[in-house]
Design a protein around this ligand. Structure first.
Ligand code: DGL
Length: 284
């Protein structure tokens, strides 16, 4: 590991920007390469095998040339579906969002009832539940898949009346069951955690695994004296059509990024980091 190498962040779409936001707060001098994947969005309906095939090229890209310091899988679905396999294939540290988020949820609940909102694939894996119970065996964990609301966030439409009525109703049901901690088990929800806070009028504590994952990374970099006090550059690469991704990003002011390079599937297989940084396909 070399201090000035980049930190890699991946997600299917804009949700991983919740990790970027946390990086700006806790590790603001680190340079970041963010990869989004509208070509295969949403990840939440894919099997672990499909997901591994889909994200493998990103990790191969990260491992070329100067390499990468660490990667955060800023996606609950990837974090809960294929981390052990990815860790077997690649040498650099790979940090998922589930374990750090689960640990915090177990610590924060007073009623002992935690709800996790995530994708179908994350709920199917039940990794959040297993990790929370590992930390605190008496906690009851309610895991719910909210795929439609994830897609609304990706489209920048999460405040529409139709969605908000439904979301408020479902949140009320959870609060009536005694839930006192709500885990943003999908990073698309992390990105709008303030909005969840508003919708629940502060009656539950919100756990944001994106923040928890960045704190985990910070601890590990600190331990190895690897924290970079650099410019905090952010390079964004998109596989597939970047137009909706860029539109959605624009609806979250303050996430400011350096530039967006857009690549098709075949191209992505052969790009090297030098090609990316010198690319004339830069859009932003
Ligand atoms: N942001 C992702 C997650 O945390 C993926 C959502 C999706 O692509 O379905 O699970």
């Amino acid at each position: 590991m070399v201090k000035n190498q980049f930190i890699g962040i991946i997600d299917s779409g804009i949700g991983g920007f919740s990790v970027v936001r946390a990086m700006r707060c806790y590790l603001s001098g680190e340079n970041i390469v963010y990869i989004a994947d509208p070509l295969y969005f949403p990840y939440g309906f894919k099997t672990p095998g499909e997901l591994l095939r889909i994200v493998h090229p990103f990790f191969s890209y990260f491992s070329q040339e100067d390499g990468i310091k660490a990667v955060i899988t800023a996606c609950g679905t990837v974090s809960s579906s294929c981390l052990p396999e990815l860790r077997k294939h690649f040498q650099f540290p790979i940090i998922g969002i589930v374990e750090p988020g689960a640990e915090e949820a177990a610590r924060m609940t007073r009623n002992g009832i935690v709800a996790v909102l995530a994708t179908k694939a994350t709920v199917r894996s039940s990794l959040f539940k297993r990790c929370i119970v590992e930390h605190s065996p008496s906690v009851q964990v309610i895991e719910e898949a909210w795929p439609e609301y994830i897609e609304a966030v990706e489209r920048g439409e999460y405040r529409s009346t139709e969605h908000v009525i439904k979301v408020r109703r479902e949140l009320e049901k959870l609060i009536n069951k005694g839930v006192d901690v709500l885990v943003m088990g999908c990073t698309h929800f992390s990105l709008i955690s303030d909005y969840f806070e508003k919708l629940t009028d502060g009656r539950v504590k919100i756990v944001d695994p994106a923040v928890a994952a960045v704190k985990t990374l910070k601890m590990s970099l600190q331990k190895n004296n690897m924290i970079l006090n650099g410019k905090g550059e952010l390079h964004v690469l998109v596989r597939g059509d970047s137009s909706s991704f860029q539109r959605a990003l624009a609806s979250f002011p303050g996430l400011g990024y350096h530039r967006v390079g857009c690549f098709q599937e075949k191209e992505f297989a052969d790009i090297t980091s030098s090609k990316i940084y010198k690319s004339n396909k830069v859009l932003g």
